[in-house]
Design a protein around this ligand. Structure first.
Ligand code: UGA
Length: 433
């Protein structure tokens, strides 16, 4: 079976490479010539652990091209995995790239193909893709399927090859059979595959991301309560998370969720549901709670520095929105750093992977080669992202080389008792004695 993957963003590239690992021939298509040229040379445009190794291993089954018609006309299955960014103005998903790809696919594909939407799309999009292809190619016969992706950046390969479940929306037997065949390698692991309607699959993707975002905002608000009354959110997260009905994951408090998915997808779900007359108020509130939280970080940091950061130097560790990625989209650091600079602080920053991407967006920041270099002479140190290399910093060295004593751990990676001997003015999230 020959697969064509349209779009070599996170989802498209990881999915394409992982399908080649399953043993299929995969052609990945993108309009971005520089990106395709890099991929043809074996250069991976994103930092994702394990991705380049899989690309090398499966090089014989992987092709990269900008020639969409050529790639589509020879394919049995065509995945559309292009971006669905937030539309300016109303917060809904911009589906124009999906619809443009559908038109090009319709023109080039042969009769009997299966077109699978992998992009995150709002309910009704797959039906619209069917209409567009029928309009473009009235005499071709085809099936549409919806196969949303649940992979996390930084753990994408693992999530694709060993998922909790696969969700597939289909409209006919051919779609179901083809998708079953594509995911047959997961039978060995007895991975559940949920076959359902196109609409259900579309909504499942948004519901999953919105639910996880809601869990994070919930624990963040519980953390706020802990700070007010003097509690420990870690104990509470453990206390509720051990209930199987709740589960321990996505109960880590922090600076608020960021990234290319949760902010965009919660906005799109809320805006679409409201337009359709069925507002999802829990999601609307989740968005508001998260946005307020991110906006409040600078004030929080300023308060920890005694009410002013004027003339102070602050070291920021971690710019990416989460560890193991160089992705800085909607990273809380991008809001916090300029606000601290505006309040008079000088920022020294470190990130193991994201510094290059962040430099143009954060003028005036001094980029440092290590967390220790960033901390040298600083009045305060803020851990924004829980990269592994920040988990076992030598606190004695930091305390000796910093000018001030403020240590702000926005990811609660240090147990307070470990910090206590080092005379830091230590702040973490939702843990007040
Ligand atoms: C998320 C989902 O987890 C994936 O299942 C989904 O496929 C993906 O979006 C997508 O729609 O493409 P991702 O954005 O890569 O994946 O990263 P997450 O690990 O979910 O983290 C998202 C944000 O939530 C980060 O800013 C992270 O720091 C924050 N977070 C996560 C917390 O603050 N607390 C937690 O307990 C978990």
């Amino acid at each position: 079976m020959r697969i064509t993957m349209i779009g070599t963003g996170y989802v498209g590239l990881v999915s394409g490479v992982c399908f080649s690992e399953f043993g299929f021939d995969v052609t990945c298509v993108d309009k971005d010539q520089a990106k395709i040229a890099a991929l043809q040379r074996g250069d991976v445009p994103i930092y994702e652990p394990g991705l380049s190794e899989l690309m090398v291993k499966n090089a014989g089954r992987l092709n990269f091209t900008t020639d969409l018609p050529g790639a589509v006309e020879n394919a049995d299955v065509i995945f559309i995995a292009v971006g669905t960014p937030t539309r300016r103005g109303d917060g809904e998903a911009d589906l124009s790239y999906v619809y443009a790809a559908a038109r090009e696919v319709g023109e080039a594909m042969r009769s009997g193909s299966v077109v699978v939407i992998k992009s995150t799309v709002v309910v009704g999009t797959c039906r619209e893709v069917r209409r567009i292809i029928e309009e473009t190619a009235p005499d071709k016969e085809f099936s549409i399927a919806s196969n949303p992706e649940f992979l996390r950046e930084g753990a994408a390969i693992e999530d694709f090859l060993r998922p909790d479940r696969v969700v597939v929306g289909v409209e006919d037997e051919r779609g179901e059979q083809i998708l079953k065949a594509l995911y047959r390698p997961l039978n060995l692991r007895q991975t559940p595959i949920v076959f359902t309607s196109l609409e259900n699959a579309e909504i499942t993707k948004y519901a999953a991301n919105a639910f996880l975002a809601m869990k994070i905002s919930f624990i963040n608000e519980i953390a706020d309560l802990c700070e007010t009354v003097g509690g420990n959110v870690q104990d509470i997260a453990r206390g509720i998370g051990l209930d199987n009905r709740i589960g321990p994951k996505f109960l880590h408090p922090g600076p608020g969720y960021g990234g290319s998915c949760f902010p965009k997808d919660t906005r799109a779900l809320a805006a679409t549901a409201r337009r359709l007359g069925s507002p999802i108020r829990l999601v609307e509130t989740t968005i508001a709670v998260n946005e307020e939280r991110i906006r409040a970080i600078p004030d929080w940091v300023i308060a920890a520095h005694g009410g002013s950061v004027e003339g102070k130097t602050i070291a920021v560790l971690g710019i990416a929105f989460k560890p193991n990625t160089d992705d800085i989209r909607e990273a809380p650091s991008l809001t916090a750093i300029p606000a601290l600079q505006a309040a008079g602080a000088t920022i020294r920053a470190h990130d193991p992977q994201a510094a290059e991407a962040a430099k143009p967006l954060l003028p005036g920041v001094t980029w440092c080669a290590s967390p220790y270099a960033a901390a040298e002479g600083a009045d305060g140190l803020v851990i924004m992202t829980e990269w592994n290399e920040y988990r076992a910093l030598n606190l004695a060295t930091l305390s000796r080389t910093m000018r001030g004593d403020v240590l702000i751990d926005l990811r609660n990676i240090y147990p307070p008792e470990e910090v206590a001997p080092h005379a830091f003015n230590y702040h973490s999230v939702g843990r007040k004695p």
